[in-house]
Design a protein around this ligand. Structure first.
Ligand SMILES: [Zn+2]
Length: 236
């Protein structure tokens, strides 16, 4: 089974002096992309469904897709979620439990934007959205000591499990930085699945601790993404 994963950060207008404009996708662009995916027959799934498929204990719908959001901005709930609901898509939001309700202070150069609070996460969970870990404080796992990395991975999983009342099996590596050591630490910390960023689709033999995600930016047309979803079926 071929499973694409898309990654977004913020849905909304691109601020003219943003340092990381590629973290933005405009709302009308997002709306058009979801409409196109829906018409093409893509079914939104959760990582639990994906993992059940990889274990051989569950089946996936035809043309599955995982939609993901990094960092857990408040605007995901305000702007992205109503558009997702309009098109009948769920999504997984990777949050930083040590910074809930605060801002993206790990990007010291960038605008500070409000992150989802505990209440915001509970509200979206009740509406069918999924949450998983992006570490406790958005630490760079490849340069942290193994002790710090393991603590960031484990503490964030436990904090989120307490908040959500369910197992948290997926880790999104901050800045998409990971290597074999980080993947092993993530397994030790209790994760069954890890995601980075690479313009590839996932196959049943893709390293489950290093799944590929295609980034979507304000520069990408609907057709660019649709073309990638087609042409990458032939790339390994
Ligand atoms: Zn991040």
């Amino acid at each position: 089974m071929i499973v694409p994963i898309l990654v977004f950060h913020k849905i909304g207008p691109v601020p003219p002096d943003s340092h990381f404009p590629r973290n933005y996708v405009r709302a009308e662009q997002f709306d058009a992309l979801l409409g196109s995916l829906r018409r093409a027959g893509y079914h939104g799934i959760s990582f639990d469904q994906y993992l059940a498929h990889r274990r051989g204990t569950g089946t996936l719908p035809r043309k599955p897709i995982l939609l993901t959001f990094d960092d857990g901005y408040q605007s995901n709930g305000d702007v992205a979620v109503p558009i997702l609901e309009k098109h009948g898509y769920t999504a997984t939001i990777f949050v930083v439990p040590g910074r809930l309700g605060a801002s993206n202070e790990w990007d010291a150069e960038e605008f500070q934007e409000q992150l989802l609070s505990v209440e915001g996460i509970r509200d979206l969970q009740a509406r069918g959205f999924h949450f998983a870990s992006h570490t406790m404080t958005h630490v760079r796992l490849t340069t942290a000591t193994p002790e710090v990395a393991l603590r960031e991975l484990r503490d964030s999983r436990e904090a989120l499990e307490a908040l959500l009342g369910k197992p948290v099996r997926t880790i999104c590596y901050p800045w998409a930085q990971h290597d074999a050591t980080v993947q092993q630490l993530a397994r030790e910390a209790g994760y069954e699945c890890g995601v980075g960023i690479r313009r590839r689709l996932n196959r049943d033999d893709t390293n489950v601790m290093a799944l590929h995600r295609i980034p979507v930016t304000y520069l990408d047309t609907v057709w660019r993404i649709r073309w990638d979803l087609f042409r990458l079926r032939f790339r390994h």
